[in-house]
Design a protein around this ligand. Structure first.
Ligand code: PLP
Length: 475
């Protein structure tokens, strides 16, 4: 079939194309822009209202068959309005309706409607917080938001926060693209602190892992964590050059929590011959699959006794700190040398947003990089101490939503999640065909169908109800 090209004149030459950068100048073009935005907000809203539950049923095979064209059209095929309509009619119904009441079991779910507006503002401003020149106030704001969350967690004095909130010499943490990069950043810092420079050795960051182990007379460096730890910890082991085989699981107790006695034994055993460097011990504050919180305070004691870096992976559970009712469940998080928290999980932010925090405002110096064109020494340039290069101004979204809802609003959402999981658990206990695998600690529970019913067709379940499942999947 002959392709229909429209608006060919748009790409006649550069002068014609410049139109795509021109903002509304008159009432007519302003109206067009508003019309598109309405189409997006209301068109999608209608879709979410109409399509509850499993959206259009189309097999993956049939779906993939529709997406096999690999040639990019040289000329414009569609107008913006048509592209938007196509997305609303063709993509949205085949995407996953995360706002459906049937959508349980996943980490990233529906978000408050105003997040869409906030995300649009971030895109419209398009500030790059890698450096001050491309972001100005948004770099300053990021430092403020980091200090706010840091304060919520570590509860240091007003004087401490006044000294660090806008200091160009210190960092309380960083925004990242997610929990994976937050964990990687924390463990990167921990690695560089363990294998730091000394007279005659420039440090692991400069000399590499082989040189560092040699300089410190070590055979290996290890990370200790619960086997329920997120697989991003293993990735970090690989990327940091210690090998993911050296991310060593420590046994859990009957409640799936890291067994602190076993941890202590393991540390003593590893330290015995002096040939193993312990890079960090990781405690989980809300395991991705079970929601379980490790005994953070007790792990902190072990780390303190042995002088080890204690990292808390609170990617999932971090925002529980904002709940008046349940904040106590994270007791000990404030003793973490580093803490990861995801924005796009229980802060209900749009993807992608993570954060990493450090108790010591100088810790991030261990990963500082300077370049002349960007990230000048002693500047506010946030890119000096981040894994990512260019980054969007996500702190604006979190700051705004904290202003819109307050800690109370977030706390209520956390409470609701935890209490819904408790009710879900009660419902499962009343059904003979299921059993709980883990009781909910936070808002995640796992259950299974009893083996004797597995494969049975008629379980007396309402049509479409899944036979097995967990609430709170893992990604
Ligand atoms: C989700 C999660 C991660 C990974 O975060 P991403 O944002 O998916 O990269 C790490 N740890 C825990 C405990 C998580 O729940």
């Amino acid at each position: 079939m002959e392709k229909q090209y429209i608006k060919k004149d748009l790409v006649d030459d550069w002068e014609s194309l410049q139109r795509i950068f021109i903002r509304p100048e008159d009432d007519a073009s302003r109206e067009t822009l508003i019309k598109y935005m309405e189409q997006i907000l209301f068109g999608l809203h209608e879709f979410l209202n109409k399509n509850v539950g499993v959206t259009e049923s189309i097999s993956l095979k049939a779906l993939t068959d529709l997406y096999k064209e690999t040639v990019i059209s040289p000329l414009p095929e569609k107008k913006l309005a048509d592209v938007i309509s196509d997305i609303i009619e063709g993509i949205a119904p085949r995407a996953v309706n995360v706002a459906s009441p049937y959508f349980v079991g996943h980490m990233t779910a529906a978000i408050p409607f105003f997040m869409v507006h906030l995300k649009a503002i971030v895109a419209a401003l398009n500030q790059n917080v890698i450096k001050l020149e491309t972001s100005k106030v948004l770099s300053v704001l990021e430092k403020q938001v980091l200090a706010k969350i840091h304060r919520l967690m570590y509860k240091n004095s007003e004087a401490f926060y006044q000294a660090h909130v806008q200091s160009t010499d210190t960092s309380l943490g960083s925004f990242t693209t997610g929990g994976t990069t937050a964990n990687l950043t924390a463990l990167w810092v921990a690695r560089n602190l363990l294998l730091k420079p000394f007279d005659g050795f420039e440090g692991v960051e400069s000399q590499g892992i082989a040189g560092a182990l040699n300089a410190y007379s070590l055979d290996r460096a290890v990370i200790l964590a619960s086997p329920r730890g997120h697989f991003s910890l293993k990735k970090a082991g690989g990327i940091l050059g210690i090998g993911h085989g050296n991310v060593i699981p420590v046994d859990v107790d009957a409640h799936h929590r890291l067994d602190v006695l076993k941890l202590n034994q393991k540390v003593i055993e590893l330290k015995k011959n002096g040939r193993t460097g312990i890079l960090a011990v990781v405690g989980i504050a809300g395991a991705t699959e079970t929601g379980i919180v490790d005994p953070l305070d007790d792990i902190a004691d072990v780390c303190e006794d042995h002088g080890l870096h204690f990292h808390v992976d609170a990617a999932w559970g971090g925002p529980v700190m904002l709940s008046e009712r349940y904040a106590h469940k994270l007791k000990g998080i404030e003793r973490g040398d580093s803490v990861s928290i995801d924005g796009h999980k229980q802060f209900f932010m749009p993807m992608t947003c993570g954060m990493v925090y450090f108790r010591d405002p100088l810790a991030m110096d261990a990963i500082a990089y300077h370049a002349n064109y960007v990230n000048r020494e002693g500047s506010v340039d946030l890119g000096i101490k981040t894994l990512e290069g260019s980054r969007e101004a996500n702190s604006l979204i979190l700051d705004s939503s904290l202003k819109i809802m307050g800690t109370r609003g977030y706390g209520l959402m956390v409470d609701h999640g935890i209490e819904t999981a408790q009710r879900f658990s009660q419902a499962i206990h009343t059904r003979g065909v299921f059993e709980m695998v883990t009781e909910p600690e936070l808002n995640i529970l796992t259950y299974r169908i009893l083996p004797q019913y597995q494969g049975a067709d008629d379980l007396g379940l309402p049509h479409g109800e899944k036979k097995t499942g967990g609430w709170g999947g893992s990604t």
